[in-house]
Design a protein around this ligand. Structure first.
Ligand SMILES: NC(=O)c1ccc[n+]([C@@H]2O[C@H](COP(=O)([O-])OP(=O)(O)OC[C@H]3O[C@@H](n4cnc5c(N)ncnc54)[C@H](OP(=O)(O)O)[C@@H]3O)[C@@H](O)[C@H]2O)c1
Length: 292
């Protein structure tokens, strides 16, 4: 494959779909990593219809399941050796979720999907990223963390086994862990050609039709919120910029907002002891990360 290769997870909807489309337009070969074949195929067809010259394909993965991530990487390796950009866009957050749920592999779903899946996928694709002149890992966090300055990753109970389940805390905890993982990667890869940066996504319009369970009240709340939200296309431009622009060739361990400006990471995430503790916790689930 002569073209640069980019994987975008959760590329069938929202920001991920727009990013896949934009990065393909930049001349990259894009792999849309989606969990549902039908939704993935619909999005792929739409992107191809809008841009017939796009080099783009669909591969199925459920980020919440170790077995699925392992199979995804096997399939990738059967076709390609090198990976240039890995965009960890997929995440779950359903504000209506009241009770704790587990994946088929018995892990709390937000922790498994939003943190453990991206970590495992990155570790399994490290060798492929090393083959790139400038391998890039892009993780996704949230501006909403600004409203949770005291939140930490619950090192004793990240899966809400003994504490009462709270979907907001479960979601933001997974995003803190992703920022920490990004910093850890950038330090680990400092003598390599691989960079790792994180995007602080702001309020972005969501597709209400994807959330049929929302009450009439929550639909109204989202319609009000939408007035102060940017479009998925505009947010995806930051993903695309970080994925393709040469100005980021040597930039790693940074946090970017919706204007591509570098912003400060949450204080909790930059503390060395916290990084070590969260990575030691992560290693209990993903031994592939090696020395912490
Ligand atoms: N929208 C916002 O205001 C906002 C704010 C802050 C941060 N963010 C972050 O920005 C990113 C994109 O958000 P968005 O609003 O575009 O989300 P979205 O429209 O809900 O799309 C999420 C994507 O992730 C996929 N996904 C979910 N679970 C998955 C799994 N287990 N395996 C594989 N794919 C999975 C979804 O696939 P399905 O179609 O199969 O569900 C979908 O393609 C997320 O990381 C989110 O946390 C968003």
């Amino acid at each position: 494959m002569d073209k640069k290769i980019c994987i975008v997870t959760g590329a069938n909807a929202g920001i991920g779909k727009q990013a896949a489309c934009q990065i393909a337009k930049e001349g990259y070969h894009v792999i849309m990593a989606c969990r549902n074949k039908e939704r993935g195929k619909t999005a792929l067809d739409e992107i191809k219809k809008a841009n017939p010259s796009s080099s783009i394909e669909l591969q199925i993965v459920d980020l919440g399941l170790r077995e699925s991530v392992v199979n995804f990487v096997k399939e990738f390796n059967s076709k390609y050796e090198r990976l240039d950009v890995l965009v960890h866009n997929a995440a779950i957050f359903n504000v209506t979720q009241k009770v704790r749920k587990e994946t088929a592999e018995g892990i709390e779903t937000l922790w498994a999907t939003n943190h453990l899946g991206p970590v495992l996928m990155t570790q399994l694709l490290q060798k492929n990223l090393e083959k790139s002149d400038n391998g890039r890992i892009i993780t996704i966090a949230s501006k909403g963390l600004l409203a949770k300055p005291r939140l930490k990753v619950n090192l004793d109970d990240p899966e809400f086994l003994s504490n009462r389940f709270n979907v907001v805390n479960a979601y933001y905890q997974s995003k803190l862990a992703q920022i920490i993982y990004t910093l850890w990667l950038s330090q680990n890869f400092k003598d390599t050609n691989i960079t790792a940066n994180c995007i602080r996504v702001t309020a972005v319009k969501i597709d209400i039709s994807r959330h049929p369970d929302l009450s009439a009240f929550m639909k109204w709340v989202y319609s009000i919120k939408a007035k102060n939200s940017i479009s998925p296309e505009d947010m995806a431009k930051i993903y695309t910029d970080l994925a393709v622009s040469s100005k980021y060739n040597n930039i790693s361990g940074k946090y970017f907002d919706e204007h591509s400006d570098m912003v400060t990471m949450p204080k909790y995430c930059i503390d060395k002891d916290n990084i070590k503790a969260v990575m030691e916790l992560t290693k209990k689930y993903i031994p592939e990360i090696g020395e912490v």
